[in-house]
Design a binder for this molecule. Structure first.
Ligand SMILES: [Zn+2]
Ligand SMILES: [Zn+2]
Length: 239
């Protein structure tokens, strides 16, 4: 599987959230925040939205429009409860598009897209949000979306956990992850490798300290994704 970190930014910097998972015959995007469409192939089988904050979904309508203009088939969109209503109400502002765009919105927690089995796990954020566990039968990837760290996500046995690390040391928040709140759950963590995304500039400023701190707390493989980076799981995770 290829894991493409199209966007690892936040609402204030960089290409916003968008991670593409590409198997033999299946390609999905998890989130599609602003800026991601410029770096994205449009031939996706599905888009999985973790939650309806604009830094995670704002290029969805531009993607649907591009696919309509290029003659693509219907796109399957997955998301939390309310995703269909959200998209329909956003499309009221673009009446000329509504009947042209081809999509189905699904709000189920367990589904299949091509060769991928997907499970959604409700997370802890300021609005309803979910993480996704994606498996091709060989490799399992977890994408947290925006969340305070929770056991349901960290305890999933997976090859790669892509987790948000929005904030640096010392922040009190129940909606996002800090090094301290993440470290508190390391005992239950079953991921073989952890990669952080969605870091606000003040977290990026101390990124080396964050990695050092976590390594001291538990000796696991942690690193920070770079925008545009691609991981080939066959070479980079199985070794
Ligand atoms: Zn959010
Ligand atoms: Zn966000």
């Amino acid at each position: 599987m290829l894991v493409k970190f199209v966007g690892v930014g936040t609402a204030v910097k960089g290409i916003q959230s968008c991670i593409v998972l590409e198997g033999e015959n299946t390609k999905i995007a998890v989130d599609i925040g602003a800026g991601s469409i410029a770096r994205l192939d449009f031939d996706l089988d599905a888009v999985l939205i973790t939650h309806n904050h604009s830094d995670h979904n704002s290029d969805l309508i531009p993607l649907l429009k591009a696919r309509w203009l290029l003659g693509y088939e219907k796109l399957d969109i997955y998301g939390v409860r309310g995703t269909k209503a959200f998209l329909e109400s956003a499309l009221e502002s673009y009446a000329y598009l509504r009947r042209k765009l081809k999509f189905d919105v699904h709000e189920t927690r367990s589904f299949k897209v091509g060769e991928f089995d997907v499970k959604a796990i409700p997370t802890k954020h300021s609005i309803e949000s979910q993480a996704y566990v994606v498996s091709d039968g060989n490799v399992t990837i977890v994408v947290s979306g925006d969340t305070y760290p929770i056991e349901d996500v960290l305890s999933v046995e997976c090859d790669l956990l892509i987790h948000e690390m929005s904030l640096p040391f010392g922040y009190e928040t129940n909606d996002h992850t800090t090094p301290e709140s993440f470290a508190d759950l390391l005992d239950v963590c079953k991921a073989k490798k952890i990669v952080f995304v969605h870091m606000y500039p003040m977290a990026l400023e101390v990124k080396d300290e964050i990695l050092k701190y976590l390594r001291r707390r538990k000796d696991l493989s942690y690193y920070i994704a770079r925008e545009g980076e691609v991981i080939n799981t066959a070479y980079q995770l199985k070794a």
